[in-house]
Design a protein around this ligand. Structure first.
Ligand code: FAD
Length: 573
């Protein structure tokens, strides 16, 4: 069936869960979604705005328009509609004291609706830059406006109103990639599943496209993109900030996981010109977690995407620019200012750089691994995962200490734990004490020279198959949980030749850099590197990409905040 974009829980200010209000959300919390400003509040907006008059029926904002001003209605009304399949659908109407806009106004994105004057209408017009200054300096207006913008985006997400219709198949990996990019960026879209939607065939004929073109993105009924890349989607829909090749940014933060987003919030709020470059969508590894329960301040837990959504809005509110679907490919640290080349040949200039590109658990290539991420395939074994497993039979893959710790921890609650390792034994890769515990545990079985070959299931994992290499014999068992503890690989390849990395590619900083490291790197300053500074002055590393960091959301966030102090010091030199 055709459906709106999925879970709109990215930023709902009052919801940590995955509630899905429809446009009814507009009604449920109408006062907060469409607040009426008092005359004192309008007076404060008026100090940065100008009056503009529109005749009845005049188009004030086109759907898809960029650089949309913020308008407060003084007289008359603004009627909002959204076009889909050339049909204009009503969204809402606002009157005196109320205002237009949703999150794309803060992010300088394209308008998701059309606004038309209803009756003779007088508006107070505020340009984008002045709006951002207003929400940074006037906390009362900031709370009203930002909350309303968030709630409106939640409503648009749940209805799929906006500029995008995605036609695809849930069986297509490219469709899943496009869907995950759109929802990772909290972008509303209308989804048509060719396998289930009866109208899909007619749409194919109208658009002159074929099943091999999937997914198809129809943008504002005008542009049809066949199997677009994430960057093409971002550019055509105006998701994320455009790049400015002419600017030298105070700090370019590479990666929008918890570490990068925290650095963006602190940097922008302290007046730095901040650009964040993110390869896909904000959130990082944390974004792949359905519930983070150990992050301070969220006693009932918060989904990684909700946390990232909030942090993204917070960073944008303070003026940080976040470019998505852009991978950093190389740092040219020998140039002044430093230059980063990005995918698709773009480049940006920076006085300081923060490396926050995190790490990625090695993903095995067996069928189903990608599909069951989070629904049977895990990369951490904490109390939460133990709860998911209950007393079930489980598989742990890997021969390192993290696999050994996971197996012994989970054996306390699970009936049966299978450890799969490729090698002939554990002795080379795991600490002796862990090997002894595994040998002594009656409910742990070690399968050497084995590899995973298949994962099966419908909504979630149901069956696991592995093969014993020397004999070729396969074993299939009804197992619903697989722990892939195959080692985290830092995403720091793009730093090659610029900063010292350790044997595994993690970036040592501050006191972790030996005199020899600094000599090899040609450290040019009389002072030693600051706490999170790498072997190259003004290049910092934080979060999971940093050598010896604690691989946790809270520590990544803390390092992001601290690092901005060090950036200030480096910029002042
Ligand atoms: C499934 C899962 C569940 C977890 N649950 C918890 C938990 O409950 N509690 C907890 O404390 N920790 C948890 N963690 C660990 C936690 O998520 C990480 O420690 C944290 O996300 C690290 O943050 P980071 O910003 O350093 O890196 P990351 O989260 O890895 O973010 C790095 C970002 O950089 C981007 N990037 C990478 N390379 C490039 C490039 N070349 N150019 C541009 N962008 C790039 C990535 O797309 C990503 O968005 C979990 C991890 C996983 C995988």
């Amino acid at each position: 069936m055709a459906s709106p974009s999925p879970p709109p829980d990215h930023a709902d200010p009052d919801s940590d869960s995955t509630s899905r209000p429809g446009i009814a959300a507009f009604d449920n919390r109408r006062d907060q979604t469409f607040p009426v400003l008092t005359s004192a509040q309008i007076g404060r907006v008026a100090t940065v705005g100008t009056k503009q008059r529109f005749a009845d029926g005049a188009i004030v904002v086109e759907q898809g328009q960029s650089d949309v001003p913020f308008y407060v209605v003084l007289e008359g009304e603004l009627e909002f509609t959204s076009f889909r399949s050339r049909l204009e659908q009503p969204v809402t109407v606002v009157g005196p004291g109320q205002f237009n806009g949703e999150l794309s106004l803060l992010a300088q994105g394209h308008s998701l609706t059309q606004a038309r004057a209803h009756g003779e209408t007088v508006l107070l017009r505020v340009e984008g830059g002045a709006l951002r200054s207003l929400v940074q300096t006037d906390s009362e207006l900031s709370e009203l406006i930002v909350r309303a913008f968030i709630l409106r985006r939640v409503g648009l997400l749940s209805e799929g109103y906006g500029n995008a219709v995605l036609i695809g198949s849930d069986d297509s990996a490219q469709t899943r990639r496009a869907r995950s990019f759109l929802s990772g960026n909290a972008y509303p879209y209308h989804y048509v599943d060719v396998d289930r939607d009866l109208d899909a065939k007619g749409m194919f004929d109208d658009l002159d496209v074929a099943a091999g073109d999937l997914p198809i993105l129809v943008c504002r009924d005008e542009r049809v993109l066949r199997n677009p890349s994430d960057l093409e989607i971002a550019e055509v829909l105006g998701i994320g900030s455009p790049l400015r090749a002419d600017l030298v940014h105070d700090v370019v933060i590479c990666g929008a996981g918890p570490a990068g987003l925290a650095a963006a919030v602190y940097g922008a709020s302290e007046g730095l010109d901040v650009l964040v470059i993110e390869g896909t969508a904000p959130g990082g590894q944390a974004g792949s977690s359905s519930k983070i329960e150990n992050y301070l301040g969220f006693p009932t837990g918060i989904s990684g995407q909700a946390l990232a959504g909030r942090a993204t809005i917070q960073a944008e509110k303070f003026g940080a620019r976040i470019a998505v679907a852009r991978r950093v490919q190389r740092l040219h640290c020998e140039e002044t200012p430093m230059r980063l080349t990005l995918s698709e040949g773009a480049s940006v200039l920076a006085r300081t750089i923060i490396v926050a590109t995190g790490a990625e658990y090695a993903k095995l290539t067996a069928p189903g691994v990608q599909r069951f991420q989070g629904v049977g395939v895990y990369h951490a074994a904490t109390a939460i995962e133990a709860q998911y497993c209950g007393a079930d039979e489980i598989v742990v893959i890997g021969g390192g200490n993290s696999a050994g710790q996971a197996a012994t921890f989970l054996a306390r609650t699970c009936n049966q734990v299978h450890i799969l390792v490729r090698g002939p034994n554990l002795s080379e890769s795991m600490s002796r004490y862990l090997i002894r515990r595994i040998e002594e545990a009656a409910n742990i079985t070690l399968h050497v020279s084995c590899e995973l070959v298949d994962l099966e299931g419908k909504e979630s994992l149901e069956k696991v198959t592995w093969r014993h290499g020397p004999t070729g014999r396969t074993t299939t068992r009804a197992i619903r949980h697989v722990f892939m503890m195959t080692g985290a690989r830092p995403r720091t390849e793009w730093l090659r030749g610029c900063v010292v990395v350790d044997g595994k590619g993690f970036v040592p900083t501050g006191h972790d850099l030996s005199a020899e490291d600094l000599a090899v790197a040609g450290w040019p300053l009389a002072r030693r590197p600051y706490l999170f500074e790498t072997s190259r002055p003004r290049v910092f590393a934080i979060g999971d990409a940093r050598a010896n960091s604690v691989k946790r959301v809270a520590s990544a966030v803390g390092e992001g905040a601290i690092c901005i102090q060090l950036v200030h010091q480096a910029l002042a030199e």
